[in-house]
Design a protein around this ligand. Structure first.
Ligand code: ADP
Ligand code: MG
Length: 316
């Protein structure tokens, strides 16, 4: 059986993953997927495809969705990844008993060409900024509802600042969120919706400058257990097999800040050797297990119930 990997420019993880799977001798070989123009039935030779980059390459995402139709296990599920957003995630987390910052979804500042005032008759204008600020409190964080990589994330300390940043956001759909004045901060890998590694993380440091540290006795056992439970709850509900989840801890309560990282940072020089090795091992073990015992990703979709029927119709 074959495992395929779709990657971006990251250096450490992909090659190590391929070598590890190939060295495991468990009836699996791993390789980079190579794609040109794809047909509707391509890529059937793969049992599983591990996707690290389709959020940046729509062609890959479209290919992966059809790969699911063709019975391939795709990690992470490309349908849910396409549908997910941070506002929905926050609302879902709240329903599931996971602590989250108070959050308001905002109408966009601008719209694509052709959308005119008449197209926007369902929107209130002007927005009641005072009420929004009162609900969320100050300071607050203004960030995209489906962003990543800290792009367009702004801390605002006043209404004037909020309006100034909002005016720069163009067509992005933004949300305003209570700023959690944290005493501690952690990032967690969650693999296969069951294995969790909690890492000490300093968001005030720049990338590759020692953001990650071993946990040590940074948090007590009860808090650790709650964070692990929250990670599994969220990943089970969202259906992510690989994810990084961030928590800001205030007054001992872990607030889930960002749990939509389905292609998480796994760079050796960023996360450090211990965390990197844990991630590599956990992902490899999960992939082997899924390849041998996993269900095709298509089982999660309504349309899969119609497949046999439509094949039969086609034959008539
Ligand atoms: N509500 C919040 N309270 C405190 N800090 C926040 C909050 N939201 C975001 N941050 C800070 O901003 C960083 C980037 O925001 P995040 O939601 O993770 O976006 P991205 O997906 O771009 O990484 C977080 O790592 C955190 O340090
Ligand atoms: Mg983040």
């Amino acid at each position: 059986m074959k495992v395929g990997l779709l990657v971006g420019r990251e250096q450490s993880f992909p090659q190590a993953f391929i070598e590890k799977i190939n060295a495991m001798n468990v009836g699996l070989t791993a390789e980079y997927v190579k794609l040109g123009g794809v047909t509707t039935i391509d890529a059937r030779e793969y049992r599983l495809i591990l996707d690290r980059i389709s959020h940046e390459i729509p062609f890959y995402r479209a290919f992966l969705k059809t790969a699911v139709l063709n019975g391939i296990i795709v990690v992470n599920n490309p349908f849910w990844w396409s549908a997910d957003d941070k506002f929905f995630g926050t609302a879902l987390a709240e329903r599931l008993g996971v602590a989250v910052p108070k959050t308001v979804l905002l109408p966009q500042k601008e719209y694509k060409e052709g959308v005119v005032a008449e197209s926007l008759r369902n929107l209130m204008y002007p927005l009641d900024w005072q009420r929004i600020i009162e609900y969320v409190g100050l300071p607050a964080i203004l960030k995209p509802y489906d962003g990543g990589g800290w792009k367009h994330v702004y801390r605002v300390d006043s209404l004037d600042e909020l309006l100034w940043y909002y005016d720069q956001t163009g067509q992005l759909c933004m949300m305003l969120q209570e700023f959690i004045q944290f005493e501690k901060y952690v990032r967690c890998y969650c693999i296969g919706r069951k294995k969790v590694l909690v890492m000490k993380y300093d968001p005030t440091k720049p990338y590759l400058q020692g953001q990650y540290e071993p946990l040590g006795d940074y948090i007590d056992q009860a808090l650790h257990d709650r964070i692990v439970r929250d990670c599994i709850t969220l990943c089970e509900a969202l259906g992510y097999d690989i994810n990084t989840l961030e928590f800001a801890i205030r007054d001992g309560v872990p607030y889930a800040i960002d749990f939509m990282n389905p292609a998480p940072d796994a760079d050796y020089f960023s996360v450090g050797e211990t965390h990197y090795t844990w991630f590599l091992d956990a992902v490899a073990e999960m992939v082997v297990e899924y390849a041998h015992r996993g269900q095709p990703t298509l089982k999660n979709h309504r349309w899969s119930e119609f497949l046999n029927a439509s094949v039969a119709v086609g034959r008539d």
